[in-house]
Write a protein that binds this ligand. Sequence first.
Ligand code: FAD
Ligand code: DLZ
Ligand code: SF4
Length: 546
Amino acid sequence: MSDGTLRLLLGDQLTPAISSLRDCEPGKDTVLLAEVMAEATYVRHHKKKIAFLFSAMRHFADELRQAGHRVIYVTLEDTGNTGSLFGEVSRHIELLRAGRVVVTEPGEWRLRSDMQDWQARLGIPVEIREDDRFLCSHADFGAWAAGRKELRMEFFYRVMRRRYRLLMDAAGEPEGGRWNFDSDNRHPLGNDMAIPRHPAIACDETTREVLDLVGRVFAEHFGDLEPFDFAVTRRDAERLANWFLRYALPRFGDYQDAMRQGEPYLFHSLLSPYINCGLLDPLRLCRDAEAEWRAGRAPLNAVEGFIRQILGWREYIRGVYWLEMPRYAETNALDAHRPLPWFYWSGETTMNCIAQVVGETRRNAYAHHIQRLMVIGNFALLAGITPAEVEAWYLAVYVDAYDWVELPNTHGMALFADGGRLASKPYAASGKYIDRMSDYCDHCRYDVKQTLGGTACPLNALYWDFLARNEQRLGRNPRLAMPYRNLARMPADQRQAIAQKAAQTLATLDTAQPPESDQPTPPQPGQQTKGRKIKPRAAQQQPKFL
Ligand code: FAD
Ligand code: DLZ
Ligand code: SF4
């Protein structure tokens, strides 16, 4: 056996300075990247997501080779590909006679717990290093969370602002005299507001080959493969970041919560896929955004809002995930057990807001935060859809989705399935919110102003019914005091009519199943999802798309 080290890089570890490469000896060590079936199918990822990662991985392998590393890159269809990360590590230890494996910890608990056994199974040392691309270590988050009755992002964020000296003045106080400008950031879009066009990146030969592969092998997965215009190199991802800082950041704050039909991107950055897979550095983005404010090119509410998303929410979400897993995924605080409606996949619903967001998700593998939270998530919350089914959907359909970030956002923020560990109240809303923040209702067959009757917006009755159904659990939450006061003032016959209307809507959902030929396929034998063995129930089944 040689004393060379095999350094495994995962698809979301495309960073030259990552911990697993830190002491890499180019003449002695080998870097391994592998496209494997197990990772591409543990949920049926959107076609664009697989194509994006495979192409970015192939380009990163070239980047490492140019930097002098010895790299083995296993494509999905290479002869001998065992189909799993463990299989590829095991096979290459034999081939290279490697004496040790080094890897940066994976972002998902599923894979992290699997790796725990690798050393015993491989019979050589396996070193799993911390992922210090994140700005808060597990130890630091644990220390911050210890002894707190409630975890709240806002307090965590202040600690992080101080630690990284972002938007702080010389006296150590927050710039502008406030930590948070969120209350300035809830403007609906005016009809005449011009939206900047996000640049599209042209496909090169490598990406074309990947598109061909994904089109053939993953034809049954959800989503449109083309047009494909994601960046797949660090250089192009940085170009997109620079474009955002210049053209969209100045308005990012004002219209962060707005939605407009036919405009999927507005002033959002679209940078999450690149940050999450390691092509962009989160701290550098925050510092570059701060520089825009200091240079007078972007207002403080926009820059603070953007930095809060990355330095605050992104790190907080990850901290909660690793602090609480694996128990976190098992909770179901609102006792929600309804199956995921078929329209989450097909977009075929008369509710225009949902049809629009599912349609954009299918085309782009992207929806912005308010669409994810207040349209798709809100409906699942109000309708009481089983959390595991909703989570499997989010994990599959978005290009930036990994369990560490998708799960707390869905389970905690959107569904309140953790009973308030992550957020202080459920983000439940009636059609009124969607009407205020979008133009979806203008194009809908339902009347958003009505709660009862055949043409009433279904979300209105569902909203009041949600509050009524969960009164025991949520009635004492101080942040819900006002809606519960309004509910209490409602005459009994109105409450009853609302319950009936909600029940009618929910009953039609249950029967809205796909036609026979589109029925979800059974899960793969032994397939794992979220670290748990798959159960043969709809919760873990995902449909085929032909
Ligand atoms: P912008 O609006 O431009 O925000 C800038 C950056 O801030 C993002 O790129 C992202 O890195 C970060 N950010 C903002 N909000 C969050 C957040 N709540 N959690 C973590 N990072 C945040 N984000 C993912 O990266 N992957 C997911 O799988 C994911 N699933 C989500 C599921 C639900 C139910 C909800 C409500 C949110 C989810 N988010 C997820 C958070 C957020 O919606 C996306 O990060 C954002 O929409 C990405 O688009 P953007 O890059 O244009 O973001
Ligand atoms: C998401 C994904 C996909 C689709 N394919 C691969 C792959 O073939 N090889 C790989 O190393 N990583 C892939 N990934 C990303 C992993 O799923 C991700 O690294 C883990 O879930 C940990 O976050
Ligand atoms: Fe959605 Fe209701 Fe508005 Fe239709 S009326 S778009 S269902 S909120």
